[in-house]
Design a protein around this ligand. Structure first.
Ligand SMILES: [Zn+2]
Length: 144
């Protein structure tokens, strides 16, 4: 005997369909007709497997916590922690993470005029933000 989804049913043979049969059949149909949400593949395995096991109240707690974490990770960098000469600018084309600055920089080449009190390069746009461990990190965004 086979259920609607093609898997072998668990009922004993020769049992006349009755109330019990109907109930089990209903449960199987219900389980297979609902589409369980699929976790994004970017989620680590422990979250993919752990989150679906939580009840609504725990999921709502997790949701609030996740929003707090996102806001924390996107927080602006304290102006005192930015390099000298880095000037915060309006951040028009971004997700709002960290602080976007306009900055003139040295290129690291000892023979370049920028290393000898000459004109520095730029200005360029950088995004400064704190990574997951709190380390100040910068990301090049292009010419300012
Ligand atoms: Zn240079």
């Amino acid at each position: 005997m086979f259920a609607v989804d093609g898997t072998e049913a668990e009922f004993l043979p020769y049992v006349t369909p009755g109330p019990l049969w109907s109930k089990r059949c209903y449960i199987r149909l219900k389980m297979t007709s609902e589409n369980t949400p699929t976790a994004p593949v970017s989620l680590p395995k422990y979250l993919r497997e752990g989150l679906p096991k939580q009840d609504v109240s725990t999921l709502e707690d997790a949701q609030a916590y996740i929003e707090e974490l996102i806001e924390f990770q996107q927080r602006p960098v304290d102006p005192d922690d930015l390099p000298d000469g880095a000037e915060p600018v309006e951040d028009e084309d971004s997700d709002g993470k960290g602080t976007v600055v306009k900055e003139k920089v040295t290129c690291g080449d000892d023979s370049c005029h920028c290393s000898k009190n000459g004109e520095k390069h730029g200005p360029y746009k950088y995004r400064y933000y704190r990574d997951e461990s709190g380390t100040l990190t910068s990301e090049y965004l292009g010419k300012a």
